[in-house]
Design a protein around this ligand. Structure first.
Ligand code: ADP
Ligand code: MG
Length: 330
């Protein structure tokens, strides 16, 4: 079982940023309103995620660590999965490749903790915690040294963590996020987004300001269009806010950050006439559709999706953005 977990881990956990993604998605699924992420040495020696979500009781902890045990789907639901995660593999995989400590408390129950290192689980013990969950991963890949070699510099890994946190934060404007770097002692705040209030559109605009800057938020074109069961909403920047690299393109499908070729290609095509080839548009766009119209489990770790009808989504994105650009005089 430990060996299986280590192999499974290789599929989904490439680097500290993947651990952060899995843990923060779990916090979001648990209904957290406040999520704190602390890393050290690019996340290689420490990733700790603290949330104020629903928590787990002492009896839930061993379950959370067993493969394919998930509280989020019941067999019949596989196609309609809207939830994050790749079906009960994240925690066992993290416990297989590093030193994992889970401390949690569910309402009306006592707080408890469990440790698992290199796949060896210890018994659940009582703990002190007022509410929510703290998950700490130390020494990622200590149990799989071959994978350690593939990690990049602390700086590059920390950058990847920041990027993941910003993408998740963009999708959840009503949740507060704080990312701190504790390398070499006193934690330093790297990114902070306080919870937005009000209606979704206003909240999204506020979060956009935090993640991409006031300048962008003040000059972004509002996108809101629908076609054959697909709803596209969000913001696209004027060509003047383009970047030299495709770094500020935030795309979501049913609330989940994706790096999807169809959507990225459509975004590029929408700006084709107004941007030179070496410039990249800035955008934060949400595609929402019936879950049966998209397969999100193609490669969960890489955030790939497959649309039943990619042509419709592509057409929708191109026409909605071109329309907005034309209205703004481009
Ligand atoms: P999945 O997210 O696919 O269910 P995971 O391995 O990521 O699988 O998590 C296993 C289970 O542990 C979850 O289904 C959930 O019940 C529980 N869990 C994990 N993280 C948290 C958290 N932060 N708060 C509450 N429950 C959690
Ligand atoms: Mg999960």
């Amino acid at each position: 079982e430990a060996a299986i977990n280590r192999i499974a881990a290789g599929e989904v956990l490439e680097r500290p940023a993947s651990a952060v993604k899995e843990l923060v998605e779990n916090s979001i699924d648990a209904g957290a309103k406040r999520i704190e992420i602390v890393i050290a040495d690019g996340g290689k020696t420490l990733v700790r995620v603290t949330d104020d979500g629903c928590g787990m009781g002492p009896d839930d902890l061993p379950l959370a660590l067993s493969r394919h045990a998930t509280s989020k789907i019941d067999g019949s639901d596989l196609l309609n999965i809207r939830s994050f995660g790749f079906r009960g593999e994240a925690l066992p995989s993290l416990g297989a490749v590093g030193r994992l400590t889970i401390t949690s408390r569910s309402a009306g129950q006592d707080a408890a903790m469990v440790k698992v290192a290199g796949g060896e689980a210890h018994p659940v013990r009582p703990a002190a915690l007022s509410a929510g969950t703290v998950i700490e991963l130390r020494d990622m890949f200590f149990a799989t040294p071959a994978r350690l070699k593939f990690l990049r510099t602390d700086r590059a890994e920390a950058q990847a963590v920041t990027d993941v946190v910003k993408r998740l934060a963009m999708a959840e404007p009503f949740v507060s996020f704080i990312l701190r770097d504790a390398s070499g002692g006193e934690p330093r705040t790297v990114f902070r987004a306080d919870a937005e209030t009000g209606d979704l559109f206003g909240a999204l605009h506020g979060r956009l300001k935090t993640v991409l800057g006031k300048d962008f938020a003040d000059n972004a074109l509002r996108i809101d269009a629908e076609r054959d069961g697909f709803h596209l909403s969000g913001f696209a920047a004027l060509p003047t806010y383009s970047r030299g690299a495709a770094v500020a393109q935030y795309l979501f499908v049913n609330g989940r950050p994706v790096r999807d070729k169809t959507l990225l290609g459509a975004l590029r095509a929408a700006y084709m006439d107004v941007l030179s080839r070496d410039r990249h548009p800035v955008a934060a766009l949400f595609v929402d559709c019936d879950p049966t119209l998209v397969d999100v489990n193609v490669h969960p770790a890489k955030s790939e999706v497959r649309f039943r009808d990619p042509g419709t989504v592509r057409g929708l994105m191109i026409s909605a953005i071109r329309h907005a650009l034309a209205e703004a005089g481009h």
